[in-house]
Design a protein. Structure first.
Length: 261
């Protein structure tokens, strides 16, 4: 069974380096250990990844996540070998997402490649953009079909469609009938799926996602509070303040101030 790592993705990663790696010039075996940094690789070659007594085949389109201070051995079937990589820190301390150390990205490989190439392109020119692209890529790894320890792969396809629709339209008015139509199911079935998977009503789930995004923007960005309110679909400041107090336990200003404590 493939071992898993746990990612805290409530805050964006801190990208230390990202690029296109070409290895194997010195021989068919390399060893890497980064004391404080995670390693993400998207492979374009065949070989073997080994660490901690674990061995797994590498194939083009596979993605791996190696934790900090881990000695990883890469064995190449042929040389030279090219892959996309990112070395980063994860400052978050929120909910952990279990992801296999290595898995086949399948149909998502092209999208992951594009995100990582954007991370590389942003580089030192726009560290915030690089962090955003990598953050999106890391979230993408939590939803790959082979991912264990999360429910994304086993969720009803209509529920996944509905959740994606909600994420794309959090800044706009959202109502249950429109979401049900986007997912291709009835209002009743949508409500039942949300209750079963999240324990929330559809409206309750939307409110939670809006507040999770608001909390992130309040802590991690300098965006003005009225702009954050509009970004999460609650442009009325009085309503936004009230929802923050009810759902997050504090006013928007108090939440923003907490990042300095």
């Amino acid at each position: 069974m493939t071992p898993c790592v746990e990612l805290a993705l409530d805050l964006p990663p801190q990208v230390e380096n990202a690029g296109v790696g070409v290895h194997g010039y010195a021989g068919p075996h390399d060893v890497f250990r980064l004391p404080r940094l995670w390693q993400l690789h998207l492979y374009g070659y065949s070989g073997t990844l080994e660490f901690g007594g674990f061995r797994h085949r590498i194939r083009p389109g596979y993605v791996s996540l190696v934790p900090p201070d881990t000695e990883a051995h890469f064995h190449y079937d042929s040389t030279p070998c090219e892959h996309l990589y990112a070395h980063f820190r994860l400052p978050g301390e929120g909910e952990r997402h279990r992801v296999p150390v290595i898995q086949d990205a399948g149909a998502d490989a092209a999208a992951l490649s594009a995100m990582l190439r954007q991370t590389v392109a942003a580089g030192t020119q726009s560290p915030a953009r690089a962090a955003a692209e990598l953050w999106t890529a890391l979230w993408r790894t939590t939803g790959l079909p082979g991912t264990s320890g999360n429910r994304q792969g086993s969720r009803h396809p209509a529920l996944r469609t509905a959740m994606a629709h909600i994420e794309e339209h959090l800044a706009a008015p959202l109502d249950v009938p429109d979401i049900a139509r986007a997912a291709g199911i009835s209002h009743t079935q949508l409500t039942r799926l949300f209750r079963k998977d999240t324990g929330l009503t559809v409206i309750g789930y939307i409110r939670r996602r809006r507040m999770q995004r608001a909390r992130h923007l309040l802590i991690a960005s300098t965006l003005a509070i009225p702009a954050i309110a509009a970004t999460v679909g609650i442009p009325d400041l009085q309503a936004f303040n009230k929802t923050c107090r009810r759902e997050l336990g504090s006013s928007p200003r108090a939440i923003r101030h907490s990042r300095h404590l």
